[in-house]
Design a protein around this ligand. Structure first.
Ligand SMILES: Nc1ncnc2c1ncn2[C@@H]1O[C@H](COP(=O)(O)OP(=O)(O)OP(=O)(O)O)[C@@H](O)[C@H]1O
Length: 321
């Protein structure tokens, strides 16, 4: 994974005025780049600029050492595939045919799908795990199912570079993880390079080899942990009432906590949910409270009183407090 595939030199992107300038980046073959930033920071504009769909305000983009501005549309589509989150109307064609559109850049005539094309289409359908959808009509799929089909179409295109703009936005948690796992695996095993714009910051940080963070017109690139730490990503994404909890590893609402309780936990799943219920009801979990809740072997106690349910815990503890 040492060969450079993409080089961006002093790029400025935007419309009548720049949204982000001084973009300087280098991507090696087989990397998974996570592109993230707040709403309106310019992620889609950058993806569209890389695809040649927006004029560059200044700077250059080199793919495999060649300046993209010299490439015709056909060559671009043989080298770069894209998946977008905005699902427009799709035609009433079978899923297989929609995935087959990924092979179009390699043919002047769509009827000439050869066995290599068909292999790629089947392979992409299997990789994404949508074999059961292959004979369904694309216009009759759910948004999530259609999103998986569009990812398969991009993989069928078999390009060196795949750009994805919020590819998991319509997917349930299982499929969100599945897609990130898949692109992570493909980037490692096939040396395809992925640039994935996403708001799913934890998934991005866990899977990307490099982060591009767009922040208030500035571009930062680097190792996920380094960018998260140095650019204080979680602090910048936090707000007054929503903060990142480093112990929990997720963003949490900051409910007003004006009461304290001492929670003695056994570290079980139940203990997690008891803490959740207490915090949601305005309790701060603290050792210096005389009010003691104990979780032990699947049961919850208020001091030595065994409770029937979490509801009875909340009712009783509110009375005791
Ligand atoms: N065609 C356009 N013409 C003019 N301005 C545009 C155009 N498309 C987007 N913008 C503006 O450019 C800025 C960046 O938009 P962009 O869609 O790239 O952000 P984003 O980071 O992808 O946002 P989100 O996370 O909400 O999808 C926004 O202020 C947006 O209003």
């Amino acid at each position: 994974m040492n060969e450079s595939i993409l080089h961006i030199n002093n790029l400025s992107i935007g419309y009548s005025k720049p949204i982000c300038s001084n973009i300087q980046a280098n991507v090696k073959k087989g990397e998974l780049v996570g592109l993230t930033g707040k709403n309106g920071s310019g992620k889609s504009t950058l993806i569209r600029s890389l695809l040649g769909l927006e004029l560059l305000l200044s700077g250059e983009i080199f793919l495999q050492g060649e300046n993209l501005k010299n490439w015709e549309v056909k060559k671009r589509s043989q080298k770069i595939a894209a998946v977008f989150s905005r699902l427009n109307q799709v035609p009433a064609i079978p899923v297989f045919d929609l995935v087959a559109l990924g092979r179009l850049p390699f043919h002047s005539n769509f009827s000439k799908l050869n066995s290599n094309d068909k292999d790629w289409i089947h392979h992409a359908i299997e990789l994404v795990g949508i074999v059961d959808l292959k004979n369904r009509f694309a216009n009759q799929l759910s948004d999530g199912q259609l999103q998986m089909v569009m990812i398969a179409r991009a993989l069928a295109q078999d390009t060196e570079l795949v750009l994805m703009d919020e590819p998991t936005s319509h997917l349930d948690i299982e499929n969100q993880f599945k897609i990130f796992e898949l692109i992570h695996k493909l980037s490692e095993e096939t040396e395809k390079t992925f640039i994935v714009a996403s708001h799913q910051i934890e998934l991005v940080l866990q899977n990307a080899s490099q982060i591009w963070w767009l922040d208030d017109g500035e571009f930062h690139a680097g190792l996920p942990e380094q960018i998260a730490y140095e650019q204080q990503i979680f602090e910048k994404l936090s707000q007054e009432k929503i903060r990142f909890d480093y112990a929990m590893g997720s963003f949490r609402f900051q409910h007003l906590k004006n009461k304290k309780v001492n929670l003695v936990t056994d570290g079980s799943d139940l203990a997690y949910w008891v803490k959740h219920a207490l915090e949601r009801n305005g309790f701060e979990v603290s050792n210096d409270s005389a009010l003691k809740v104990i979780v032990n072997k699947g049961f919850v106690y208020l001091d030595d009183f065994k409770l029937k349910s979490l509801r009875s815990l909340i009712e009783k503890i509110n009375k005791n407090e």
